[in-house]
Write a protein that binds this ligand. Structure first.
Ligand SMILES: Nc1ncnc2c1ncn2[C@@H]1O[C@H](COP(=O)(O)OP(=O)(O)O)[C@@H](O)[C@H]1O
Ligand SMILES: [Mg+2]
Length: 398
């Protein structure tokens, strides 16, 4: 391959830079353009006969570099330069000033006004090309740095927001731990100081209350550990094939008694043959338990809860098992709905049997469902109960 050939190929593959030459004298424009057009690097050259037109072209075409004559009628090069630097659109375009006067005062004024460089007239061809190359390279590095720092700024803002969320999270968690801890401490103090005066039966009550408070703390700590594990990517579901009917049976059995104590009936309907899921069995049970326990927790006396399992194919998403938990409780308002799966979202529905509420359960359940390639959502109209729908991927072989 000839070197000329190589040069042409190189020229074709590198992006072509555009240079705008602003000079009132035609012979100067032509001379500079000719040097640039015959440079080893291919440039697109634009020209303008005065500062005003030059600035218009600069705003419109965004050249990579402007070579600007100092001495021009109407608008001097320095004025044109000042205007270009003041405009957001053209601020970053490097400008080389051409000055006929050798005085360093002029050079200083040009650089102070934001010129990238200067050249003395008559222009030396080699020097012109060298300065053009370096001004463009410098401007390109500058724009890369600017882009990078903008990216960092965006990242920084995101991190600050996350940090703020973490602090908020810690604040709520600490607050939630404080109440039961206070109770435990108060009760222990009474036992310690009043042991002679307190009847044995009351001490037994205290012990029960202490255990209750400890239970609340355990629940919150368990939830916090779950949230932490999810956010740190520490939960790795292990998917296997299993019969979802057995999972749901276990959950329903463990909540039937609790529901009965609140005069709530828990129904469960499923087909006779096995319904295979392909998911993490333990985590699936945790998600189902979460929505069944909520239904029991938020339903008033005398209501029904129905758990229905079926198969469902979702367009473009595949085959799933659909586990639906429908209750006749207070339902969820349109206003509460967007917060339902958020963290610490204790919404308008209150536990109906004095149960404890952390507001973390559904956030964990949704993350777990999604980690197993499943989904969890809720349909509800305030006053007409809630329906939680869990989709887990369907299994095939047994
Ligand atoms: N089945 C339901 N019916 C009505 N409201 C519900 C139901 N399930 C959850 N909620 C509301 O959503 C909130 C968040 O639920 P969850 O994340 O499970 O936390 P927790 O049960 O610990 O409060 C609850 O405080 C409650 O107000
Ligand atoms: Mg809950």
């Amino acid at each position: 391959m000839t070197s000329e050939h190589q040069q042409l190929q190189q020229q074709a593959s590198t992006p072509q830079h555009t240079i705008l030459v602003v000079d009132d004298e035609e012979k100067n424009r032509l001379a500079i353009s000719a040097v640039l057009r015959h440079a080893p690097i291919l440039y697109t050259v634009l020209t303008a006969p005065n500062g005003l037109e030059g600035n218009q072209i600069a705003a419109e075409k965004k050249p990579n570099l402007i070579i600007m004559d100092w001495m021009m009628p109407e608008m001097s090069g320095l004025e044109a330069l000042t205007l270009l630097k003041a405009s957001e659109e053209t601020h970053d375009i490097p400008i080389i000033m051409l000055t006929g006067f050798g005085s360093s005062k002029h050079v200083e004024a040009a650089l102070n006004a934001g010129a990238a460089d200067y050249l003395r007239i008559p222009v030396d061809k080699t020097e012109l090309l060298a300065r053009v190359r370096s001004a463009i390279a410098l401007a390109e590095s500058y724009s890369q740095i600017k882009e990078q720092s903008e990216r960092l700024e965006v990242q920084n803002r995101k991190l600050r927001a996350l940090n703020h969320e973490k602090n908020e999270f810690l604040g709520i968690a600490a607050h939630d731990l404080k109440n039961p801890l206070n109770n435990i401490s108060d009760l222990a103090r009474i036992i310690e100081t009043e042991i002679e005066n307190v009847p044995k039966s009351e001490i037994q009550d205290f012990a029960r209350l202490i255990r209750q408070s400890a239970g609340k703390m355990f629940e919150l700590v368990r939830n916090l550990l779950d949230v932490n594990a999810i956010e740190e990517g520490g939960i790795k579901p292990v998917s296997t094939e299993f019969d979802i009917r057995e999972t749901i049976n276990r959950v329903v059995e463990s909540y039937t008694q609790r529901a009965m104590l609140k005069n709530i009936l828990l129904h469960y309907s499923f087909p006779d043959e096995a319904l295979l899921a392909f998911a993490d069995e333990r985590l699936t049970e945790q998600v189902v338990e979460n929505i069944v326990s909520n239904a029991v927790k938020y339903s008033p006396s005398g209501k029904n809860i129905v758990v229905i399992v079926s198969e469902e194919s979702l367009v473009e998403e595949g085959d799933f098992l659909r586990i639906e938990v429908q209750d006749e409780g207070p339902g969820i308002s349109a206003e509460d709905m967007p917060k339902l799966f958020g963290k610490f979202s204790r919404l308008s529905a209150q536990p109906t049997g004095g149960e404890h509420s952390t507001g973390l359960g559904l956030s964990i359940a949704k993350s777990l469902a999604e980690a197993m390639n499943g989904k969890l959502r809720c349909e509800s109209v305030l006053g007409s109960g809630a329906r939680f729908i869990l989709h887990v991927p369907k299994g095939y072989i047994r």
